[in-house]
Ligand binder design. Structure first.
Ligand code: SF4
Length: 157
């Protein structure tokens, strides 16, 4: 059964974390081509180390790996005080990319799963934490705001 949707449960993990976050572990390795990444989930808990990060080589580690770490809740721009809005948008905007639950060792503590259930997992493998060339759908899901049109220069009185 999923945990309650609302709240700052300190045991929950963010499945699109930064490598410097607390309790960080490698969630998986990104495969597929640049436009259509697909996460290969690790089948065991592997803590992030400098040695693992160095395996990314010239790339940024978040382009090669996905990390899970303690959800920062109110410190994160996606947390609205109750829920992770990133997870909500991913489920509303992105298509499912798999038809069965991916094998995932963090499911029992995953904020996205806790909040959105199976729908989050069916969309999760396509997420790249650092995406330098996101599709329009991914931009919307990530919460990018279009730059507001600047007001025309007002005619001088
Ligand atoms: S959303 Fe699902 S597949 Fe993705 S990390 Fe959470 S539990 Fe795992």
């Amino acid at each position: 059964m999923n945990q309650p949707r609302c709240g700052n449960n300190e045991t929950l993990l963010c499945p699109s974390a930064q490598p410097g976050m607390e309790n960080c572990q490698v969630l998986g390795v990104l495969e597929g081509d640049g436009d259509k990444p697909m996460l290969s989930y690790l089948n065991q808990h592997v803590a992030v180390t400098g040695e693992i990060l160095s395996l990314a080589g010239e790339a940024a580690p978040r382009e090669v790996f996905r990390f899970a770490a303690t959800c920062e809740a109110k410190k994160c721009v996606h947390f609205n005080g109750c829920e992770c809005e990133l997870a909500t948008r991913i489920v509303r905007i992105l298509p499912a990319v798999v038809s069965t639950l991916p094998p995932c060792v963090v499911r029992a503590n995953c904020r996205w799963y806790s909040q959105e259930g199976r729908a989050a997992c069916l969309r999760c493998p396509q997420i790249r934490t650092l995406n330098t060339n996101p599709s329009e759908e991914l931009k919307l899901a990530a919460g990018y705001q279009p730059i507001e049109r600047l007001p025309d220069c007002a005619a001088s009185p």
